[in-house]
Design a protein. Structure first.
Length: 349
């Protein structure tokens, strides 16, 4: 008997639309949809996609604490699945977060095999790699042809209770799980060999790869704040009312620059927050709690700082990938330098 599979995708891969349809509410369709047809072909006679669950990326992110996961689980349960696939999400941050969240929920709640797929820099990869099998993918949908066979084959192995081998052989991201094994050669022997290869400049490898962490030297202190120009930068998701640039509520791919010229404080009639990672009630009532325009204007009047810029820079921090955050800074730092900014007050939540 064929195994029953449920597939989760977003609005784009369901063929509904892009960002303009990212708020679409969850719905289900019997059978395969979008990339599910490629999975179905790979499954052959072993498994069948009996249902597809679709949810807009923005809707998922905005409702993650408001019941969207239980809602999706109920839809999935109606199909009585034996296995579950989410994505692949490639490098789409909000989609990756959604795929990881719902895949983990299915795994925990239904106790069935789950597989998803993401690019290494997708924030969902770091969030869920220890919990799930996440197949390595390219950074865009152009890698669909390579991702589908690996995801489908791994899920079938899990459904058949076959041995899952290491990440290099199966193609999934390392999960931080280490398994003891017996090597034919002693550790001291291999260590000397590794040292000799390093001395010769030859290719080397290690049994225990370490994470790569950026080291950033702190900037020198501002010598005279009373003559310094200060800018406000926030990851708290503060935007003008209506969110004109459609900055995402999580896994942001963009930032915004907005005027505070002539303002003594950040008024709720002018600003709102789109951040999906905290209770917005207090900041919705008083945006100064996130962008302290009122406090900085007072410091400006008192001569503690030279001046505050006539604008602030903003994005959403929750789920945003390190690479996107780095790109944001690379884009706006030259602008700040050109504007003669001496220091930045980086405000979080």
């Amino acid at each position: 008997m064929k195994k029953r599979i449920v597939h989760y995708i977003n609005q784009f891969f369901a063929g509904i639309g892009g960002e303009e349809k990212a708020d679409i509410e969850p719905f289900s369709r019997d059978g395969a949809l979008g990339p599910g047809t490629a999975f179905q072909k790979r499954f052959g006679e072993d498994a069948e996609i009996v249902g597809t669950i679709v949810c807009g990326d923005n809707y998922f992110g905005s409702n993650i604490d408001k019941g969207v996961v239980p809602q999706l689980l109920e839809m999935i349960k109606t199909y009585q699945p034996d296995g579950f696939i989410a994505g692949p999400a490639f490098n789409a941050g909000r989609y990756g977060t959604a795929c990881g969240t719902i895949a983990k929920a299915v795994q925990d709640e239904l106790q069935i095999p789950v597989v998803t797929g993401m690019y290494e820099e997708n924030p969902g990869t770091d969030m869920f790699r220890k919990d799930l099998y996440i197949i390595k993918t390219g950074d865009s949908a152009a890698g669909m042809r390579k991702a589908v066979p690996k995801m489908a084959d791994l899920l079938l192995k899990m459904l058949k209770s076959e041995e899952i081998q290491g990440p290099d052989k199966e193609g999934y991201h390392e999960r931080g799980i280490r398994v003891n094994y017996f090597n034919d050669r002693r550790g001291s022997e291999r260590a000397v060999e590794l040292l000799v290869r390093k001395i010769k400049g030859e290719e080397t490898w290690t049994d225990y790869p370490m994470p790569k962490i950026d080291r950033v030297d702190p900037a020198p202190p501002i010598k005279d704040l009373s003559h310094a120009k200060i800018a406000l930068v926030t990851s708290g998701g503060i935007v003008p009312q209506g969110n004109p640039d459609h900055i995402e509520s999580s896994s942001a791919t963009k930032w915004g620059k907005y005027s505070i010229a002539g303002m003594d404080h950040a008024d709720k009639k002018d600003f709102m927050t789109v951040h999906g990672g905290y209770d917005r009630a207090f900041i919705t009532e008083d945006p100064d709690l996130c962008i302290p325009v009122d406090a900085l204007r007072n410091l400006e009047k008192e001569g503690v700082i030279g001046e505050l810029t006539d604008y602030f820079l903003t994005t959403t921090g929750t789920g945003t990938s390190t690479n996107n955050a780095k790109r944001f800074a690379e884009e706006y730092v030259p602008m700040l330098k050109e504007d003669g900014v001496d220091g930045v007050l980086l405000v979080s939540t």
